[in-house]
Design a protein around this ligand. Structure first.
Ligand code: MYA
Ligand code: UBL
Length: 298
């Protein structure tokens, strides 16, 4: 090859990372794409690394600790400060069903911040087919449902209800059933509430504050910020039967919608920001919230 051409090519190769770095610093959409790609790559990489370790134990809810440990560093990488309010409400003696609003995949960061011991999420079946990610989820005892086959999903929920009592297992459900970037919550699916009634265990609602200060897929914006997670008082289901489920669903949704509206309106400034390890991230504000960041463990 012509040495001059080779030299030009080498220069080009050296300039490429520099150009990407400049673009990352100065173009919010490019930064958004990189951060989202990194989020997914992190999950795939950690699932690949940890699955063989989890496999040594076999399928077990104990592997949720590994999954949690894999996701906890993300908040530092992205400069997202997590504030947990009323985490003591998660300290219950027996199993329970957690219901939480579902805005985006970022919810995983909030989930691992508060998820108690011996608690598994219910996930869509499609995740099972994501290679090592699906394997890691399966090994952690995550419960998969096929949202297109209601009867099969109901059957899985019935089996989960008996496992909850027999194995002292709590379950985390996103009752909107799909990600919802909108400002209010979608109508709730009823599976989580049937589950709690069948197992006769309490429901603990959790509300994650809106991300729009620091994350917006529409505007391709992903900066640093603060996220507040609020645990609401538990709702008992002892003595309730399937006919009570519609009312139960509505009252829990109402309480969560009120908390979400309150959290959306709170003042939007926080001076005490964590700096993202993934480079610059101008903060556009943050919902206020008082309280501890301590994680609740049974
Ligand atoms: C390092 C590695 C890291 C890896 C990281 C990955 C972590 C992954 C984290 C995972 C995060 C992943 C996050 C995710 O993947 S989120 C997506 C998955 N989650 C969900 O779908 C939420 C749960 N879904 C439901 O609850 C739905 O209700 C189902 C799917 C069950 C049915 O849906 P459908 O749309 O059909 O239902 P409907 O609620 O309008 O109800 C219709 C009728 O059925 C009745 N009915 C419902 N349920 C029951 C029941 N159990 N027993 C008896 N009856 C029941 C109900 O009363 C109603 O009847 P009626 O009352 O009108 O007469
Ligand atoms: C042959 C294997 C090929 C492997 C390719 C692997 C690519 C995987 C890339 C990234 C994995 C990230 C997994 C993040 C899991 C996020 C959980 C989540 O938020 O699920 C969404 C679900 O709640 C609702 O889904 P929909 O809003 O209804 O949709």
């Amino acid at each position: 090859m012509d040495p001059l051409l080779l030299l030009l090519l080498l220069h080009g190769l050296l300039l490429l990372p520099l150009a990407a770095l400049l673009l990352y610093r100065h173009s919010p959409p490019f930064q958004f794409l990189c951060k989202v790609a990194f989020f997914n790559c992190w999950i795939v990489a950690l699932a690949t690394l940890l699955s063989p370790v989890a496999a040594l134990r076999g399928r077990s809810v104990e592997n949720m600790r590994l999954l949690r440990a894999a996701l906890l560093p993300l908040k530092h990488l992205y400069g997202i400060r997590m504030r947990v309010r009323d985490s003591e409400l998660l300290r219950l003696p027996g199993p329970f069903v957690i219901v939480c609003n579902h805005q985006a995949s970022l919810d995983l960061m909030g989930m691992v911040e508060v998820i108690p011991e011996r608690c598994v999420p219910i996930a869509k079946r499609e995740l099972l087919y994501l290679g090592t990610v699906g394997w890691a989820c399966w090994l952690s005892g995550i419960i998969f449902i096929d949202r297109c086959r209601r009867d099969a999903a109901i059957e899985v929920i019935a089996r989960t209800a008996s496992a909850m009592r027999q194995e002292n297992l709590s379950v985390w459900v996103f009752p909107e059933g799909t990600r919802n970037p909108g400002k209010s919550m979608l109508p709730f699916k009823r599976g989580a509430f049937h589950l709690a009634v069948q197992a006769q265990v309490p429901i603990v609602p959790i509300v994650i504050s809106p991300y729009w200060d620091f994350f917006s897929p529409e505007e391709k914006r992903f900066t640093s910020g603060t996220c507040t997670i609020r645990v609401l008082p538990r709702v008992e289901t002892l003595g309730l039967s399937p006919k009570d489920v519609p009312k139960l669903t509505e009252s829990v949704r109402q309480a969560m919608a009120e908390a979400l509206a309150e959290m959306s309106m709170s003042d939007h400034r926080d001076q005490d920001m964590e700096q993202p390890l993934l480079g610059p991230g101008e903060d556009r504000g943050s919902p206020q919230g008082q309280g501890d960041t301590a994680r609740s463990r049974k």
